[in-house]
Every structure is written in C-alpha cells, then in structure tokens.
Design a protein around this ligand. Structure first.
Ligand SMILES: C[S@@+](CC[C@H](N)C(=O)[O-])C[C@H]1O[C@@H](n2cnc3c(N)ncnc32)[C@H](O)[C@@H]1O
Length: 329
C-alpha cells in the first residue's frame, strides 16, 4: 500500500487527526488511488465534512474527476452529504471566480483557436455542425428554445436574440408576434441561410450581421433578450452581461442558453451559482426553472457528433430580471 493510500483510507474513515498528520508529513493530496479516486472524493462520498475542509485547505483540487467523470462534489451530492457539498461548492465558486478554468475546459470550442466563424458549417435536419463535427446547435433543444422564447417574450414588445443557429428560438419568438424582433448572427453561412429562408423579408424582423461584440452600437434597448452563441468562452458571456443595464429595458427579461459545464452535474451547479452571483452584482435576480430533458436525449441523438455538450437529466432555464422589478412583483 502506498503512503497516499493510507491517506485515502483515513479520509474514507473520517479520521481528521490522521488526515491532518499525514498532510503535515508531506503526503500528496493530489493522489489518485487504484480506482482513480482522490482522498477528497473518499471524504466527500462518506460525508466527512471536517476532512473535506482539511484537504481543501491543503490544496486538494475540488475539480479533479474520477474515471467516470465524477468530482468530489458529485460524490457528496449523490450521497446527500450537504455539509461536504456546501464546502466543495464554495471552494468551486471561489476558485472559478479567480481562475475560471472549468468553463474554459468545458466549452465546446475549448480546443479550437476561435476561428469557428471563418470555418465551414454543415446543416442537416436535426443539427448544425462546425468543421470539426462538433454540434453548434441540435434539434433536441427545440423544447428548451420554446421555453426560452416564452420567457423572454412574456412582456411582449421588442425582443433581441443573439445567435440564430437553426432558428429554433427565433421561430418560437415569432409565435409571440413581438413589435420588433432583432437577430444578431455572425457566421456568414448561417446568415446566408437565414436570408434564403426568408427571414430578411419578415416585417418585424431586423437582422444584424456581425459579432455581437462588434455591432453593440447598433443595438437599442429591449423588453426581452436571449443570448446563445457558439465558439465563445464563459468570459464572453460575462462581458455581454456587462451591457445588460443598457440593453434591457426596466421590467425586461433576460435569458441565456445554460449549457455551462453540461457534462458534469456538480460543475454545472457551480456555474449556475457563479453566473447568478455575477448577474446579482449587476442588479439582476436569476430564477432557474428545471426542465427535464432525459427523454429527448437518447444515445442516437449524438450519432456523428464529436462531443456530447450536454449529459445531464435536467436543464435549468435561467430567467433574469432586475432585482428592483422582482421586488416589485
Ligand atoms: C448555438 S447557436 C444558436 C442556436 C439558436 N438559439 C437556435 O435556437 O437555433 C449559436 C449561434 O451563434 C452564432 N454566433 C457565434 N458567435 C457569435 C457572436 N459573437 N455574435 C453573434 N453570433 C454568434 C453562431 O454562428 C450560431 O449560429
């Protein structure tokens, strides 16, 4: 047995003193045992909050994952150990506030160099793919897009959508007959296809071709805003949020595609909290509405797709409004 296996065993048994002594003796808290589990995962799985705390203080990574892609937070969450879960959630939020490493890694375009907009895309009936066979948009999201449209159109008026993709959300927005419906799209082929499908001729629709970052001066203020781009980082969405105070009218509703860390349940919780906190600091409250998606996501959906960008059973649809407005309700 390696010395570090002794640390795993002490963590599993909740022996805080022994864990502390072993850490002080210089043992590696980053160790993965024969099953691919870290001491932190063992402690979290058994709900030993004091050990979790000690290991985190010693630098054990909150975001290490087991061979089945579970982190210590997933183990705590799945076994219902609230105290351990809270400690790990806090550690995750703190770390991500500073480093932001998970979203970068979990972003569908993480290993591309940001040239998605110059590459070819392929359309089929049920998906839009980039040049590396990664899905830009997929038809299984239709019910989600309809729910997003319903949320952002709830007050009628002027609606803004960033990212046309397959036009699912825009088709749904049109059902609510908004006064104006502005669509921003940056990919030339997606833009051409929009025009071919007659979006340029719709009376209430205004299309702006370009990256949202580059066309901000052409935008006005809106009663409902939806944001769903591709090939961007979490930081880009965070930057977009900085513009909400001038883009969203008082009483308006903002929503975004909440695919943050969609491959891991605990990381997703961390990011839901993180984005809610960041929006709160800008004066917006975020309500996360759970929508079950398990039934529309069989294995066959992902056939031919390089990366499953969503693997969770529930989608949390964010509905954001100014804290002032939500207090008035
Ligand atoms: C995930 S799709 C949007 C799907 C859409 N919500 C739907 O219902 O079909 C993302 C879209 O955003 C576009 N896009 C990517 N980066 C953008 C940017 N910086 N500004 C505007 N559009 C962008 C992509 O070309 C793509 O069409």
């Amino acid at each position: 047995m390696d010395d570090e296996d002794v640390l795993c065993e002490a963590a599993r048994n909740g022996d805080t003193d022994k864990v502390a002594a072993l850490i002080e003796s210089g043992l590696d808290v980053l160790y993965f045992d024969g099953d691919g589990l870290t001491p932190l995962m063992h402690a979290a799985r058994h709900g030993h909050a004091a050990v979790v705390k000690r290991l985190l203080e010693a630098g054990a990574p909150w975001n290490a994952v087991s061979p089945s892609n579970l982190s210590a937070g997933d183990f705590a969450m799945d076994s219902g150990h609230e105290d351990a879960f809270d400690l790990l959630l806090n550690a995750g939020i703190q770390a991500e506030l500073i480093l932001g490493t998970i979203a970068r890694r979990a972003n569908p375009s993480d290993d591309s160099t940001g040239n998605y907009l110059e590459d070819r895309v392929t359309f089929s009936e049920d998906k839009l793919m980039d040049s590396e066979s990664k899905a830009v948009m997929m038809a299984w999201e239709k019910p989600l897009m309809e729910a997003h449209a319903k949320a952002v159109c709830s007050g009628g008026g002027h609606i803004l959508n960033i990212g046309f993709g397959m036009g699912l959300v825009d088709n749904a927005i049109q059902q609510y007959a908004p006064v104006t419906h502005t669509i921003v799209e940056a990919h030339p082929e997606v833009y051409d296809r929009m025009l071919r499908f007659g979006w340029g001729g719709k009376e209430n629709v205004k299309i702006i071709f370009g990256r949202w970052q580059d066309i901000l001066s052409q935008l006005e203020s809106y009663d409902g805003i939806f944001f769903d781009t591709y090939g961007e980082y979490y930081e880009d969405m965070r930057e977009f949020h900085q513009h909400l105070p001038s883009l969203l009218k008082p009483g308006g509703i903002y929503s975004f595609f909440n695919g943050l860390c969609g491959g891991n349940a605990f990381f997703h919780v961390v990011y839901c909290q993180l984005v809610s906190l960041e929006l709160e600091s800008l004066g917006y409250s975020t309500q996360l509405i759970p929508l079950p998606v398990k039934d529309c996501l069989g294995e066959e959906v992902w056939k031919g797709v390089k990366q499953k960008y969503w693997q969770l059973d529930t989608y949390y649809l964010p509905v954001c409004q100014s804290i002032q407005d939500s207090d008035d309700v």
